[in-house]
Write a protein that binds this ligand. Structure first.
Ligand code: PLP
Length: 361
């Protein structure tokens, strides 16, 4: 068996230890004679799994007790509608910062339900930076303020949060959740599709402050109301059982093997540092993001020559470094180096890039 280094933006690599444990438990979960895939979500065994997943997430992220953790479906994209349906309930207005395609989709969807006010955008330079924010321009009467904390496609991240006062800050953390500690108490709501740092696709995690639940618009479908899921422990209907189980194994790995989010951050800084240091000294490759706004998770880069970019992507794939092609709207390359990418994978990629540079620069 030869496993590749997968630099996909998501779904992406899972820790090998997690895959091995899932394989061991595949046919017979803890002696109950069934796979987790086959199990009733109302069984005692499954109750144990979903409770452990929630408890581990609370522990690892230090989630305060006045926040609910919801295990949902529909991807982060469903949250683009669920958030306004549940939160745009007083002034029917929210503020948005447009830092890329996902942030823009969140804004467009919310604007179907109320006023979507754009306070800043970095579209003028293909979203290669995080715009400066002036709190004087924020709406005092917004029901929430939305950001995409880490911009998967463009490789930018906020290093400072907007100061929104009493207006709840809502963040899409799909591509940075669990990569480093995050102060949950600064947010009204956090949401993430699981398929990057948490587990397989099919699971969407929402962490929401209690006071933001229970005031959804009248016409909100039952399944899109946070209260439905909060009142039923994410078991109003069948949850994405297997994805939650793998998420539980990932969280267990994060806590017990890695040693928690501060340790994870050190490893992620080391990996990103290796790549950015090389890009900054390279004669052939360059990073596309303003250095101060660089992401730890997604690293876009180019040679400046599209034919050479394509040659790089194809030669890299032949050597076992897969999914390095940049997003179709940006071009070039992008290395997504989520938690499960080992340091060794980045070291080997950098060595390959050096060799490619020697032959092609
Ligand atoms: C930051 C961000 N938000 C939202 C999405 C959409 O997620 P989903 O496919 O789970 O709807 C993605 C997908 O890559 C993403 O990276």
């Amino acid at each position: 068996m030869k496993r590749v280094y997968n630099f996909s933006a998501g779904p992406s690599m899972l820790p090998e230890a997690v895959l091995r444990r899932a394989a061991d438990e595949m046919l017979d979960y803890k002696g109950c004679g069934q796979s987790v895939m086959e199990m009733s979500h109302r069984s005692g065994e499954y109750e144990g799994i979903i409770c452990s997943a929630e408890n581990l997430l609370r522990e690892v992220m230090e989630i305060p007790c006045n926040y609910k953790v919801l295990f949902l479906q529909g991807g982060a994209s469903s949250q683009f509608a669920m958030i306004p349906l549940n939160l745009m309930n007083k002034h029917h207005k929210a503020d948005f910062v447009l830092t890329g395609q996902w942030a823009t989709k969140a804004w467009k969807e919310a604007a179907r339900y109320g006023e979507g006010n754009v306070v800043a955008s970095s579209k003028d330079k293909t979203f290669t930076y995080i715009p400066e924010l002036d709190p004087g321009t924020f709406s005092k009467d917004a029901d929430y303020f939305h950001i995409c904390l880490n911009n998967t496609i463009y490789g930018t991240v906020y290093h400072e949060l907007p100061q929104t006062g009493d207006v709840p800050l809502v963040a899409d953390v799909s591509s940075c959740i669990l990569s480093e500690p995050i102060d949950v108490s600064k947010f009204g709501l956090l949401y993430a599709g699981a398929q990057k740092n948490m587990g397989p696709a099919g699971l969407t995690v929402v962490i929401v402050r209690d006071d933001l639940i229970g005031n959804a618009m009248d016409f909100t479908p039952t399944m899109l109301n946070y209260k439905t899921h909060a009142d039923n422990g994410s078991m109003f209907n069948t949850p994405p059982c297997y994805s939650i189980y793998i998420c539980m194994l990932v969280l267990d790995w994060l806590k017990n093997t890695v040693g928690g989010l501060s340790e994870m951050e050190k490893i992620n800084r080391k990996k990103a540092g290796l790549l950015y240091d090389f890009l900054d000294s390279s004669r052939l490759f360059r990073g596309t993001v303003v250095p101060k706004d660089r992401s730890l998770m997604n690293v876009p880069f180019v040679t400046g020559d599209t034919a050479l970019d394509a040659k790089f992507v194809s030669e890299a794939a032949a050597e076992g470094f897969v999914n390095l092609k940049g997003h179709r709207t940006v071009g070039g390359m992008r290395a997504s180096i989520y938690n499960a990418m080992p340091v060794e994978g980045v070291e080997k990629l950098v060595a390959f890039m050096k060799d490619f540079e020697r032959k092609n620069a």
